[in-house]
Design a protein around this ligand. Structure first.
Ligand SMILES: C[S@@+](CC[C@H](N)C(=O)[O-])C[C@H]1O[C@@H](n2cnc3c(N)ncnc32)[C@H](O)[C@@H]1O
Length: 321
């Protein structure tokens, strides 16, 4: 395959029905929650890019520095001509570091739920790497099958930066890693960025930036439900709440109702009490050895692990054993 292609995996109607189904199920429970992937509509993705630039959100800056340092070693382990499959690619800015280091990558495949972001990243990378076959797949990375991916010469190197693994619960992490083992095939490797356990003040600041960009990102989910699911959420009647739960090693993020109210969405009404929360996101943190042990349970061994001097972030290169 040459050139670049954008492959939608489901029509807009199917995607909207799934969104409605997930929201109704998530609001019906005792502990209300909406899957974090719905934070990333076009505006949510743009807000996430702005989060990456806030002084408090160290993740992007630190991971980029680590990738610059370790990319030659990664390229030596993966081989210069593998194809790169990126899960949750977003703006795909770190991708360029990896593709530059690989010298002659056979192809780049990006997978993301945000179609607009995928199209923009694909267009930018096609300009930057004109000879590289690029395929963008609009899909949920939890549901990929081996047949979802185009076949290119050489082995497959999975890429999952940005601490996106932190959004998954421990069960989902097992499922995601097992899925990547399957879709990356024999000899496949996975380069993954994992946020570390650290000083709570640093973590709490990262998800409560002073400029309020993370709060806007959380509240944008209400606007998305209003637009796409005929919702009646008044964003001024909610606030963003984010804090570190040390026992469970995770940041928990919610929209919190400021008053007793009834909201309508996707044809149903829900009562919210003042102070009641809807969870929108987790961000789990791992000690490097904890993550390596988790990966081992699905048959991955760490070929290399790299951290910054302050141990704020860790990048692991995993290989199937
Ligand atoms: C934390 S951002 C990371 C973006 C980018 N990889 C980075 O390192 O900055 C998570 C990205 O994963 C995408 N995403 C979230 N859940 C997803 C899912 N279930 N399937 C596919 N993409 C998903 C979002 O649209 C977003 O682009």
């Amino acid at each position: 395959m040459t050139g670049s292609a954008l492959l939608p995996r489901s029509s807009g109607d199917v995607a909207r029905r799934e969104f409605a189904r997930d929201v109704l199920a998530g609001l019906a429970g005792q502990c209300k929650a909406i899957p974090s992937k719905y934070l990333y509509d076009e505006h949510g993705s743009a807000l996430f890019e702005r989060i990456c630039e806030t002084p408090e959100y160290y993740v992007t800056r630190v991971e980029t520095g680590i990738l610059r340092d370790c990319a030659p070693e990664v390229a030596a382990s993966a081989g210069p001509s593998c194809s790169v499959i990126e899960f949750g690619s977003g703006a795909a800015t770190k991708t360029e570091i990896l593709l530059d280091a690989l010298a002659t990558p056979s192809a780049y495949v990006c997978v993301d739920v945000c179609v607009e972001q995928l199209a923009a990243s694909r267009a930018r990378l096609a300009k930057r790497f004109p000879a590289l076959p690029i395929t963008a797949i609009a899909a949920d990375y939890m549901r990929l099958e081996e047949s979802s991916l185009p076949v290119f010469p050489g082995g497959r190197l999975g890429f999952f930066p940005g601490s996106t693994i932190g959004n998954l619960t421990p069960d989902e992490v097992q499922r995601f890693l097992a899925t990547t083992r399957r879709v990356l095939g024999h000899g496949g490797m996975l380069l993954i960025g994992v946020d570390t356990v650290k000083d709570e003040a640093v973590l709490n600041a990262a998800y409560n930036d002073a400029a309020g960009v993370t709060a806007a990102f959380t509240i944008n989910l209400l606007r998305r439900m209003n637009r796409e699911l005929d919702g009646s959420f008044d964003p001024d009647r909610f606030r963003h709440v984010a804090f570190y739960n040390a026992e469970l090693q995770r940041i928990e993020i919610f929209v919190e109702s400021l008053i007793d109210q009834v909201v309508r969405v996707a044809g149903r009404a829900f009562t919210l009490r003042a102070g009641e929360r809807i969870r929108t996101e987790y961000s789990y943190k791992y000690r490097p050895e904890q993550f390596v042990a988790t990966a081992a349970t699905v048959g991955y061994a760490a070929v290399g692990s790299w951290m910054d001097a302050d141990e704020l972030f860790c990048v692991h290169l995993l290989a199937g054993v």
